[in-house]
Design a binder for this molecule. Sequence first.
Ligand code: VG1
Ligand code: CO
Length: 550
Amino acid sequence: MTTEQVKQPKQVKTQAFSDQKPGTSGLRKKVTQFQQTGYLENFVQAVFNTIAPCTGKKLVLGGDGRFYNREAIQVIIRMAVANGFAHILVGKGGILSTPAASCIIRKNQACGGVILSASHNPGGPDEDFGIKFNGENGGPAPEKLTDAIFEQTLSLEHYQTIEADDVDLDQLATVQIAQCQIDIIDPVSDYADLMESMFDFDSMKALFTQDNFRMCFDAMHAVNGPYAKEILENRLGAPDGTVINGVPLTDFGGGHPDPNLVHAHELVDLLHGDDPLDFGAASDGDGDRNMVLGKAFYINPCDSLAILTANANCVPAYAEGISGVARSMPTSRAVDRVATAMNIPCYETPTGWKFFGNLLDAGKITLCGEESFGTGSDHVREKDGLWAVLFWLNLIAVKKQPVSEIVRNHWAQYGRDYFTRHDYEAVDSGNAQEMIAQLKEKIPSLPGQVFAGINIESADDFQYIDPVDNSKTTAQGVRLYLSNGGRIVFRLSGTGTQGATLRVYLDCYQNDPDLLEQDTQQALSELIQVAEEVVGIKQFTGREKPDVIT
Ligand code: VG1
Ligand code: CO
């Protein structure tokens, strides 16, 4: 590319769009919606206007490789140049996992990054696409910023771009367009170096090279394939083939890149049967979620957060101790018990990683997590799938115990918080809104009432005041606390792209040593009954049972 080919930036007239309100984790829509003339451009210009002036600044750009990733990157490069950026770092092939993008923003002191992903939602021409902006701390834009971006999307009349050839995304190279330097960078190396600096790689290497430890990482044809291959196979010496479905594909091979027992069934099968592996793990479309499995043993993400917290001193990066922990409100209270025992603070935040940002930046917490297979720490400002897997490997290597033993010992010490989430997907939006509205009206009258033989002690609609900047977030889910120690939470998803998704979260504490090995749905069956009786889920959703149970 030569500078002669480059014309002056130009303003393109655009209509504003009214449906670009970012949800739990950025703007997510069908690909076909993003392909409308000016749709992507409108959102990107709104971001650039909100963080203006862009002149002279550095931007990180990449995505999970899904359909429309490459096209969107070319559009955003041209717009970033026209808006005055001095430097753009783009992952080779357009690839950057969400945690790697966060790492690269921080390491290079960029003003932020644009990450293209719809996370665990399927990809392809008729599936989902997404875009989000992360700020200079490497984390998702806080509500204040996403609200300002949304305001901009409603009123834009022009966006700025420049005529220039497409940049070759597949060569590690530097190109110059007008005032802007564009580096196509290795998407993996900075992140892999960070992981190597945090964990006990020597002990972990010995697992594979001396102890004949057998594991499988299912990258689900999503972004983490190249990261997992480099770290597990190249740096830790796991045998070739440890990573399966390791090549990112635009449609994730037709699957849901969602690491749970339903969608990662290929992996689940390898941990069961006649010759099960010792350890299994998977991550999602953009690499920020994780599922970890032991030999015929499933680890609930809420328990995982609690166990990592309790054993953080086994990991070099946390050997000096941790300052505090946080969990999203619907996540079970297993980690609270550990925090109490360790005498460190435990914060309860609304759903979505953006609410952990201030606590991490202020040093109030070191570890945090969500029930939705998201776990992370202050090493970046996103949840981090591969980091969680490495944390578990580090524990297994140092404690020299199988996964099941580590978890059972934890339950024996702290008791067990049975947890499940029931999702009702793509239900009629009107019905779902009405159901929540009626439930909210009932809140004052619920305490003292008995459903399915259980007394409701208290009920509220969760609101959060950020302890760092005092910003207030309301209507984050209705919580019912029951007299048997159980809790039920109802909320509507902010990441779905079709109709509404109702999430019902149920958890209950158990510390009777004889009752720690129950089937989860069985252990929570009374609560499930209470949820139905209070709300009338079947009637409002028209469903006999949830679409997904995790
Ligand atoms: C879901 C999860 C939430 C998570 C969010 C983004 O949101 O419940 O815990 O932070 O996805 O995850 P919702 O609003 O649909 O419940 V990801 O992997 O998309 O970045
Ligand atoms: Co994700």
